[in-house]
Design a protein around this ligand. Sequence first.
Ligand code: DP6
Length: 335
Amino acid sequence: MKSSAIAHSNIALIKYWGRSPDHDPNLNIPSNDSVSMTKHGLTRDMHLQTHTTIDFSDAYEEDTAILEGEVLIGKKMKRILRVVNPLRGYANIDYNFKMMSTNDFPTQAGLASSASGFAALAIATVDALGIHFSKEEISMCARLGSGSAARSIHGGFVYWHKGNSHETSYAEQICGPDEFDMNAVIAIVHEGKKDVTSDVGHESAYTSPFNEVRIKKSQEQAKGIRKAILNDDFSEVGKIAEENCKYMHAVMMTSDPPLFYWHPDTLKLIKSIQRIRKEGLECYFTIDAGPNVHCLCRPEDIYELQKMLEKMECINKTILVKPAGDSYVTKEHLF
Ligand code: DP6
């Protein structure tokens, strides 16, 4: 019972930050709807994807999960089991499993490896166990490993309904990768593990006095950006994404304890993006829980924007991305 899957990471345009206090925190049910673009790296050897193989068999004496050669234990293994165990129960199979996973991008570079990782895990597990689930149902399974993974099941532009139960909190596609013209230049100012994980941040969001406003605004912005994507209105998408990003970082900075994910160079980049926009190349920034910046742009401007950003001393490297396709089952197994 072996299957493999490939999934891409995603960048949130409307952010998931904070779990709904009304539900079991292990379900990762968010306090607001969110929207993302699934990312395909334009570099030949870096597509920003995770490849995962899982095999269930009575030959295994215990469950094993290996990520980039590291055997997962403790909290990391627990997260894998949060996805696999309910599915193993549903399929009524009590075999142990062996899982192996690799990313074609640095795991700790702040490029959201858990979104692609748990999406690939959910798809491969469902397929290996012979379960017939819709993409929306697989999205619910991926959410149990990492909230943002719920969105990486789909390609293109994706809407995650917060819902109010496990069965109603899932992501669906707004439109496919070729239906809305937007690319991004990821400007890496600092590589390395973040000091405070999103997991901890999701817990402290409620301590910020601005969180309630962010939740309310995010609901409006999620609906607004969906409409703008469907209307092929890049300017409106960029504007809403930038605004939503600022709301999330305002909440992070005013939480207890406060979270400052920005590096001084992050602010330099924000200023440069504003300047580049004023000078006529339309681009917008968005930043997840880390110092690196995604600069959203029209596809025809991507190389020009990359050139402009690479002139800045503070940028270590840039990665160009376009919308990715759906995640999928592959016959290429890792073992
Ligand atoms: C800021 O809990 O999905 O990227 O720590 O990678 O599992 P992991 O992240 P997750 O939180 C994501 C937070 C965010 C915003 C977003 O992707 O919506």
